[in-house]
Design a protein around this ligand. Structure first.
Ligand SMILES: *Cc1c(COP(=O)(O)O)cnc(C)c1O
Length: 381
């Protein structure tokens, strides 16, 4: 017997009007464009700046962002999965390359080629399968070859690099656009692994047939020209998150998240707030329930941490974060607080980086978790 999903097809993300929405996510396309240009301007002469648009451009909408960056002159895009490449291929000029960081899954080679995507080949198996397709097709096929320089995640490990060096015919039919690698500790500029990986990359890539090189993501760009090579791969910095803490950000913020007040109430001393009563009022308080919760990516670890803002006034989070709502202390805010009042969660008073610190995580995780229930506004001033 076959069971079918009971979920109505095509329900998809919630798209409500701004008036009905519990929260609004505003994404500044012009700021992303300026960030792209600011990063490109830091590169050593001749280095090309790509854009990493995996995970739906870190949750901000690759269908809007990738074409905008192509208009701004970007010609190289990176995604993680083939499906992500297929989604943006029709939106980009044919001259733009879309590289798939995970390479190609067994059996998906023809789909990858048909999608006009270029795999990042991470091991000898992927190289063999892509070369076999080139042979079947009777033409050369493009690829990036990734080598591991010390992160032990993706890319050919040293023994596979040696094997490939001894048997270069394994690359027959493959047009290697770049040899790339990825840094493990670039967000800690003084970490000795950065130099060690740079040296390993230089030595190992010379074992392979000569090709342009790509090494740095956002934090690697800030390590300086030694790390730039021929192509850099920024992601998070495009989206306004400072890639290295403790140094001035090379980019400007891109995202504003505003939830709204659903209900305001007065509570007396001894009153518990939210699930588990993890917050107990010690004095008379005025509190507000707002329309954002962990199902929107306002993760549960943010309970009792940090503050939202009403205008310029801080309203600390109290109690646990629920699935769809959270509670803030508005006792110190003068005047009436009407239902529907906007509450800034990310914006001029509170950066993605500050939220990430409160959540014991990184800006990447805050951004990529931002939910599908928000009303989205793209501005391009
Ligand atoms: C995600 C990723 C990037 C982009 O990293 P950021 O730190 O967001 O700039 C670049 N290269 C690889 C291999 C990645 O996985």
């Amino acid at each position: 017997m076959v069971f079918q999903s009971a979920i109505a097809p095509g329900l998809g993300p919630v798209t409500s009007s701004a008036a009905a929405a519990g929260a609004t996510l505003t994404i500044d396309l012009a700021a992303i464009r300026r960030n792209y240009r600011a990063l490109a301007a830091r590169l050593k002469p001749g280095t090309v700046c790509s854009a990493v648009v995996k995970a739906d451009s870190y949750g901000l909408g690759a269908a809007r962002i990738a074409p905008m960056l192509a208009d701004a002159g970007c010609r190289h895009f990176f995604v993680a999965h083939l499906g992500e490449a297929e989604a943006i291929r029709p939106l980009l000029p044919a001259a733009c390359a879309i590289y798939v960081l995970h390479g190609v899954m067994p059996g998906a080679e023809a789909e990858c080629l048909a999608a006009g995507a270029t795999p990042v080949l991470n091991n000898l198996g992927q190289i063999e399968r892509w070369a076999a397709l080139a042979k079947r097709e009777g033409r050369r096929l493009p690829a990036i070859v990734q080598i591991d320089s010390g992160m032990s995640r993706l890319g050919l490990p040293p023994e596979e690099i040696e094997r490939l060096a001894a048997e270069p015919e394994r690359l027959a039919g493959i047009d290697v656009h770049y040899v790339m690698s990825h840094l493990a500790c670039a967000d800690e500029p003084s970490h000795p692994a950065n130099r060690a990986q740079l040296e390993a990359f230089e030595v190992r890539r010379r074992l392979l047939p000569a090709a342009p090189a790509s090494f740095a993501a956002s934090p690697g760009i800030l390590l300086g020209p030694d790390y730039h090579f021929d192509l850099v791969r920024p992601g998070v910095a495009l989206y306004g998150v400072s890639p290295v803490s403790g140094v001035p950000s090379p980019v400007e913020p891109v995202v504003r998240l505003e939830a709204r007040v659903v209900q305001v109430r007065e509570i007396g001393p001894g009153t518990g707030v939210g699930y588990g009563h993890t917050y107990i009022a010690e004095r008379p308080m005025r509190i507000a329930a707002i329309s954002v919760g962990y199902a929107d990516g306002w993760i549960r670890h943010l309970g009792n941490r940090g503050a939202a803002f009403i205008g310029a006034h801080a309203a600390p989070f109290i109690g646990r974060i629920s699935m769809d709502s959270a509670t803030i202390d508005v006792s110190a805010i003068p005047g009436e607080i009407a239902d529907g009042t906007p509450v800034e969660l990310i914006g001029p008073h509170r950066s993605v980086e500050e939220v990430a610190v409160d959540a014991a995580t990184i800006g990447y995780e805050i951004l990529t978790n931002l939910g599908t229930r928000f009303h989205r506004i793209y501005v391009d001033a």
